[in-house]
Structures are given as structure tokens and as C-alpha cells.
Design a protein around this ligand. Structure first.
Ligand code: ADP
Ligand code: ZN
Length: 294
């Protein structure tokens, strides 16, 4: 089986070809431009590849309700030209195939549940902490969809009493993304995260906010694994700080051994590393191919 995969990010697009084992056989990557220019490159890549289906994990918000007239569209995004764009429809018009379609973070959660840190488990949450913060949720063996899709990057967090940074989210003053995504670190400390030393207090504050999000997910969804990926999580010292803070916040309330004595293997980086999103898109594509064959 040759399946196409698209990880559509706000900064860059990654397209790949993979198989049922989750192996990526070939890939390309290019910067995200306007929708027409970008999709022209995507379509050129897949044109002669003879894939059976394509899975798409994309930045959003997007319409994932198959009964909606705007299913497959990007809904509201600050990315120029993409608001209201019929992403899935344009792909189908150029390359008529079965398609899987979900958010980039739901795809990453699915990739991790299929081949990564949550392999064999029926639930996990996947956070990406980068230019923004997004969360994908896999629960009872299915990706969580609903009214739209989870938007847990924008949950409210309790502000640290000594944090005077106002937050950069244009919608909310005190949301997780506005206070803890890469740009918040850079603006608060006037230095990029990558240039802050591991012992800098920035990381303790970062863990303070991320732990609140992790706690909320643990309480709401009871996931069997909590995965944190994205550029900011390349700071390895964040994981022990984050785990410690989650334990402090939960204060023994969730009496599961995975949390109480196994936190080091409960809150983890992606098992698939930087491939979580692309492999997740591949898993969505495999499902689409199998459904079409049924
Ligand atoms: P994107 O979210 O755009 O897909 P990334 O996940 O790489 O891409 O996130 C980019 C953000 O992460 C930027 O704000 C950047 O400063 C920050 N970042 C990238 N690498 C690191 C690092 N090693 N340490 C700390 N912050 C980083
Ligand atoms: Zn927000």
C-alpha cells in the first residue's frame, strides 16, 4: 500500500509517501504561502506517485463535520488567503482519491497512538508547543470531534503572580497559548527560547503554565498518555519541571499508578519525534483507503 500524507503547518508543509507499517518512504517540505501557490506544490508532488489515498493533518481551525456544507474548509485563520479556503475540495478536484482529514494535532495524537508513545493505548492527548499551542485528543479509540474540534491551546490558565507579561493571544488575555507559546517566551524575556539557558527561570514559569493544561486534560479526558511536542519542548529540562508541577497541582487526587508512581513515562515527548504529525496524516490516509475498500 502506498499512501500519501500531508502535514500542513502554518509555517511549512510536509508531504510524504508511506506504507501500512508507518514507514515514510519519501518526503518533501516547503514554506506555507497562499493556498493556491502552496497546493500547486502539493499537487505537483503527488501527481505521479500513484498513492491509493491521502491523509491530511492541517493547521486550523477547520471544518471536520462531514455533514456541513463547508466540510474540508479552513475556517478562521490569520494566515493570509486561507480563511474560508476549500482545502479538501481543491485536493479532491486535482487528485480524485479517498482522503483523511483532521487537524494537525489530532493527526499527531493519532500517529502517536498508532506507532508512537501511546501505541496500543486507547487514549492520549498530544500538545504541540511552538508558534502556537494546539492539542489533539484520542479517546476510547477515536479522535475527539464535536461541535468543531478541541481548541485546548486557548484554555484559561491561572497567571503566575509575578508574571507581568500581558500575553499575545488577540482573543484572550490569559490563555495558555498567549502566555506559554514560543512567541510569549520570546517577548517576555526579550530573547528566543533557544537562547535562554536551561537554568533560566523562564522554564519554571513555562512548566507552571503547561502543567495547568496537562492537569485540565487529565481531569477532563483521563488520557492514558500525555505527550508534549513542538519546538519549545526541545528543551529537555522542561519535562522534569512539568511532571513535578503536575504532581504538585494534582496533589494526589487522581489515584492512578501511572500518575502517582509512573509520571516519567506518563508525560513524555513524542515517540515519533518530529514525525508525529506526518505519520498521523499517514494513519488517516490508511483509514481512508481501508474505508474506500470496504
Ligand atoms: P511551528 O509551531 O511554527 O510549526 P515549532 O514547533 O518549531 O514550529 O515552533 C516554533 C517556536 O518554538 C518558536 O517560537 C521558537 O522560538 C520555539 N523554539 C524552536 N526551537 C526551540 C528550542 N530548541 N528551544 C526553545 N524554543 C524553541
Ligand atoms: Zn487565546
Amino acid at each position: 500500500m502506498r499512501i500519501g500524507a500531508i502535514e500542513a503547518g502554518g509555517t511549512k508543509f510536509v508531504c510524504g509517501i508511506g506504507n501500512e507499517q508507518g514507514t515514510i518512504l519519501e518526503r518533501v517540505s516547503f514554506p506555507t504561502e497562499g493556498p493556491e501557490e502552496t497546493l500547486a506544490q502539493v499537487i505537483a508532488f503527488f501527481k505521479d506517485k500513484e498513492v491509493e489515498a491521502i491523509g491530511i493533518g492541517t493547521f486550523g481551525p477547520i471544518d471536520i463535520d462531514p455533514s456541513s456544507p463547508t466540510y474540508g474548509h479552513v475556517t478562521t485563520t490569520p494566515k493570509p488567503g486561507w480563511t474560508g479556503y476549500d482545502f479538501l475540495g481543491s485536493m479532491k478536484a486535482a487528485l480524485p482519491l479517498p482522503y483523511g482529514w483532521d487537524t494537525d494535532v489530532n493527526a499527531a495524537a493519532y500517529g502517536e497512538a498508532t506507532w508512537g508513545a501511546a501505541q496500543g493505548l486507547d487514549s492520549c492527548v498530544y500538545y504541540t508547543v511552538g508558534t502556537g499551542i494546539g492539542m489533539g485528543a484520542y479517546s476510547e479509540g477515536k479522535l475527539v470531534h464535536g461541535l468543531v474540534h478541541p481548541e485546548a491551546g486557548h484554555v484559561l490558565v491561572r497567571r503566575h503572580p509575578e508574571d507581568t507579561y500581558e500575553g499575545f493571544c488577540p482573543y484572550h488575555a490569559d490563555c495558555l497559548e498567549g502566555l506559554a507559546a514560543g512567541p510569549a517566551i520570546e517577548k517576555r524575556w526579550e530573547r528566543k527560547g533557544v537562547d535562554l539557558p536551561p537554568e533560566h527561570e523562564a522554564w519554571r514559569l513555562e512548566a507552571y503554565y503547561l502543567a495547568q493544561a496537562a492537569m485540565t486534560s487529565i481531569l477532563l479526558l483521563s488520557p492514558r498518555k500525555v505527550i508534549f511536542g513542538g519546538g519549545v519542548m526541545k528543551q529537555p529540562q522542561l519535562f522534569p519541571l512539568l511532571r513535578q508541577e503536575v504532581l504538585r497541582l494534582l496533589n494526589g487526587y487522581v489515584s492512578a499508578e501511572a500518575v502517582l508512581s509512573g509520571i516519567d513515562s506518563y508525560i513524555v515527548p513524542p515517540g515519533l519525534g518530529d514525525n508525529a504529525g506526518l505519520c498521523g496524516a499517514l494513519a488517516l490516509g490508511i483509514d481512508a483507503a481501508n474505508q474506500a475498500a470496504d
